[in-house]
Ligand binder design. Structure first.
Ligand code: SF4
Ligand code: SF4
Length: 308
């Protein structure tokens, strides 16, 4: 049984040790590639597609052209506006890696690689000494449930080894896919980005109906501890009305929320957009002020929630 679980494959774009912001205690974060949403502020745009993605680091590129010659798909061209820099036709690129091997300037890399649940588990279990009574594994992304068999196998392996398991999800995943994973999960970090479905669709590509329904399923049908997480992205979702709507929803639906985390916007994703798509400057928000964050917290506290 556990041998079968160990062999299950997923695509992982990062694995970070000693994390302290994604669930209680010290945790090892496994970042799964792929996400059903397309948030305009995404901090990890390289993780949105469920397959490995080529990244181009223009500031390292010397314009030598070796990658063009190495590409079997003829996917690489010089940029018309900056001939000393390159661009890649994503519809042709198979992420074969030949251009990476040809580049002597470290100007190209790939986000995401196939990993078995067993390989990921071994890295998580190696940190067990540091977890204490609160810490453990957090599967995040991208979207933790973009490769549900992998995530399900990894949480089962960790549970069997006595390691606490947390899964961070955007919630835009069918309940039939989510439920089998969450039955082995201790903590759900549940992202809610915008309570108005039309605005949710405008900023993320999908409405929020399934997301809110799944939160009710989790609350009513699992034993998971629920931590609601809200990125605060001016001006997309930082209105008082949005936080009041969230507070009202959680109270009216009697969601078993252990705490709410508000996550102020940061601009780490901006440089990565350029690496994926030269010329894509993406979306720029601003970091909310401490006073603004305190105001948002106080709205949610007025509904009786612990807010961090
Ligand atoms: S091989 Fe590397 S340095 Fe040369 S053009 Fe391609 S990305 Fe730039
Ligand atoms: S990863 Fe392969 S297919 Fe994609 S641009 Fe590089 S050489 Fe071409």
């Amino acid at each position: 049984m556990s041998q079968d679980l160990r062999a299950v494959e997923g695509i992982v774009f990062n694995l970070q040790h000693y994390c302290i912001h994604d669930g209680p205690g010290i945790r090892t974060n496994v970042f799964v590639q792929g996400c059903p949403l397309r948030c305009i502020w995404c901090a990890n745009p390289e993780s949105q597609k469920a397959t490995p993605q080529l990244m181009y680091l223009a500031d390292k590129c010397t314009g030598c052209g070796s990658c063009m010659a190495a590409c079997p798909q003829k996917a690489i061209q010089r940029r018309a506006d900056h001939p000393e820099k390159m661009c890649t036709d994503r519809t042709l690129c198979t992420a074969c890696g030949a251009c990476i091997n040809a580049c002597r300037a470290d100007g190209r890399t790939i986000s995401g690689k196939v990993m078995t649940a067993g390989e990921a588990f071994d890295k998580v279990a190696a940190d067990k000494l540091f977890y204490g009574k609160d810490g453990g594994l957090t599967v995040t992304g991208g979207e933790a449930l973009a490769h549900p068999e992998f995530t399900g196998a990894l949480v089962q392996l960790c549970k069997a080894a006595g390691i606490s398991t947390a899964v961070e999800t955007c919630g835009a995943v069918a309940w039939q896919v989510m439920q089998p994973v969450l039955q082995h999960t201790d903590i759900v970090l549940y992202d809610i980005k915008q309570m108005d479905s039309a605005l949710h669709k405008q900023y993320t590509g999908l409405g929020n109906e399934m997301i809110l329904e799944n939160l009710e399923h989790i609350s009513n049908e699992t034993d998971c501890t629920i931590i609601v997480r809200c990125p605060v992205i001016p001006p997309c979702n930082d209105s008082p009305e949005n936080f009041h709507a969230l507070g009202r929803f959680l109270v009216e639906k009697k969601i078993r929320v252990s705490e709410i985390n508000l996550l102020p916007y940061h601009n780490l994703g901006e440089g990565k957009r350029e690496q994926l798509e030269p010329g894509d400057q993406g979306f720029a928000s601003r970091t909310p002020t401490p006073e603004e964050m305190e105001g948002h917290k106080n709205i949610l506290r007025s509904y009786g929630f612990v807010v961090k």
